[in-house]
Design a protein around this ligand. Sequence first.
Ligand code: ADP
Ligand code: MG
Length: 619
Amino acid sequence: MLLQISEPGLSPRPHQLKRAAGIDLGTTNSLVATVRSSERVTLTDEDGRDILPSIVRYTDEGVEVGVEAKASLLEDAENTLMSVKRLMGRSVNDVDVSLLPYRVREGENGTPFITTRRGEVTPVQVSAEILRALSARAREALGGPLDGVVITVPAYFDDAQRQATKDAARLAGMNVMRLLNEPTAAAVAYGLDEKAEGVIAVYDLGGGTFDISILRLKRGVFEVLSTGGDSALGGDDFDLAIARWCVEQWGLNASDLDGRAWRHLQEASKKAKEQLASDDQVDIKVEIQDQLRQAMLTRVQMDALLAPLVQKTLRACRKALRDAQIAADEIAEVVMVGGSTRTLSVRGQVAEFFGCEPLTSIDPDKVVALGAAAQADVLIGNKRDADMLLLDVIPLSLGLETMGGLAERVIDRNTVIPVARAQEFTTFKDGQTAMMIHVVQGERELVSDCRSLARFELHGIPPLAAGAARIRVAFQVDADGLLSVSAEETTSGVKSSVVVKPSYGLSEEEISTMLSASQNFAAEDMAARALAEQQVEADRLLEALRSALIADKHLLSEEELLQLEVGMEAVRQLRDSVTDHSVLSAAIEKLSQESDYFATRRMDRSIHDALAGHRVDEF
Ligand code: ADP
Ligand code: MG
């Protein structure tokens, strides 16, 4: 069952359907889909093609996108940009750019700049061109500009990569209602979100990449349990294996083929592979060194050639299951995504591995876009009765640093997003006019064990006694998982805020490391937290006594003053030396009792002062 929420401003209005689309912005290919008369459909170009190659070419005249650009991939490689998704939100050091056929320069902070004949462009700009082409296609098909889109991203995309995707959409003039994880979109396309709870595997084998995601559906929320795969394994490797086999059959060496011949052989191999998804055998014909070569490939033969590659994907599946702490037979459904899952032996081996028949009825090229379209339709408010939203969750708790280096959780891990939570804090010192807000992420008790996300200061707090100011810190996480934090002193209305920078995104791996650390260190953390709390307590008492002494030292005899100072010094020293919180708390208790008479005397005095000069009957 899905949680039902209707987003503000998106409430459905009858007879006023809005134009919404789902976009699969892929590494190799991109698609746009929509819901038309309650049917999910992909949108095609004027030639009836729904797949748009994710390739952008900068020419002297302008920009070409898709099939047109792809045609120049070989002749004009430097200006024909493919696979830019690999560079989105990444620095030059994150990616092996030497393998790319175009020139990438490292800019400030490692930002990649691609040199083309029309000047330098960023991956975000290139992606924006692809989105513009899809947007134009949708405008044509739907009779007007899109009101909102859902764009899919890999589950492992971090904050920076997600932000880059949103930036590209903004550049293309799109209203992104939400970024959706690709595996989640595929699961939605099969209607799995309407099913009972369970664990789902999404097996995505494309042209150049393999991704496996293990998702848990619980109370209408898809939680990503683990992701894995291989960013350099896909259908292209299948083609290569077949091409190598042909060369061997013909008694040739790889060096006998020039670049042109290789390309033709690989093309022929790809065609043969695709044909073997329905036929039992195919002929491969290629001209090499002015001689026509021919080979007959049977499906059985191909299965044997591809087996080691398919096994490699299954090893990644095994690892993802281990990371998620799930056994293969606990998987309720396996969703197949990506063109290469049409290869029958892939389906067969995946079925065997998970012990269940994978879902293949929806075109594996379109399944992600179709799922995104379904979500877009709901989010824009077109679905009147069932305005259900798919919800994602926060992977790690978000909180603030409080006195003593402690992390105070504001939003717990696994909270459904979007979410807004606020908490009140106060000042520590008399007359304090500024406060440092330190936003952290993690499950550990001490700030030093959590990940720092942002720091900002709130200035202009009215000088009040310690504990009198009311500082309300509000956390807001939008549907894409981006966090903004604001702080306000509520008695004066002084405000300050920060949007957490995308470069602080965590990988799935980092998240799972942090989670297992929080479990391992729980006991240690409790002790550290208790000590830190006592240290704060010590500081509070010392600070209170210090300001009391400044104001009212004269209320004490010299002897009393000395005794108090000795007691304070003892607490001060213990505060920084003990590791057992109970020792410190005992010393605090003692000093607090010892200073009781001082507090009483000060109170008497202030009452006396207040009464002075007034007649008793005035009160
Ligand atoms: P990506 O996710 O990388 O953008 P796709 O999901 O579009 O890639 O998959 C492209 C791959 O699917 C190519 O290697 C292509 O050869 C392969 N493919 C397409 N149709 C078939 C088919 N009928 N049988 C086997 N492989 C296919
Ligand atoms: Mg894909």
